[in-house]
Write a protein that binds this ligand. Structure first.
Ligand code: S3P
Length: 168
């Protein structure tokens, strides 16, 4: 399936490389780049850990859905947070308004990248709890239009894989 340059969403678990790949892909396509977590932080004036601590995950999810609705009208590459696909409304919105890529990698690869990361509230928990979250989320990610296997690939190689799906 070939796709067109409009709104491009990068999804996948924490540590999949969505932000790094997103920036590079945006450059290659000549599009703007939006990191949804940064967008939420700028809008709320708080960091993601602060939002989780002060208001809880449910509040963060509401801010996330609201932010997604706002950016969904932009022509840009959008790197989403790892939990954005949990809500059906978010998945449907992304699919309706753009092309969704799933940056796939095995849990053990991601775990090594995110363990003890202070900027990721959900990465602080037990390894097995995190693995369960990963397993539970996979169907939501796979629901995305295009899966990019990132195992063993550099960000540049992932971008090359993504570019193969564009017309020009
Ligand atoms: C989250 C992932 C984070 C961020 C928040 C929640 C998640 O984004 O949105 O900490 O639920 O997986 P990254 O996937 O960019 O780490």
């Amino acid at each position: 399936m070939k796709t067109s340059k409009k709104t491009i969403y990068l999804t996948g678990f924490m540590g999949a490389g969505k932000s790094t790949v997103g920036k590079l892909l945006a450059q290659k396509l000549g599009l703007g780049f939006i990191d949804l977590d940064e967008y939420i932080e700028e809008k709320s004036g708080k960091t993601i850990p602060e939002i989780f601590t002060d208001s809880g995950e449910a509040c963060f999810r509401n801010l996330e859905s609201e932010a997604l609705r706002e950016v969904s009208v932009k022509t840009a590459v959008i790197s989403t947070g790892g939990g954005v696909t949990e809500k059906e409304e978010n998945r449907k919105l992304m699919k309706r308004t753009g092309t969704v890529f799933f940056l796939d990698a095995p849990f053990y690869v991601l775990y090594e990248r995110i363990r003890d990361d202070k900027s990721r509230p959900l990465a602080r928990g037990e390894k097995e709890v995190l693995r369960e979250r990963y397993e539970n989320r996979r169907p939501g990610y796979e629901w995305a239009a295009l899966t990019l296997d990132t195992k063993g690939c550099s960000p540049y190689e992932v971008v090359q894989k993504a570019l193969q799906h564009f017309d020009e």
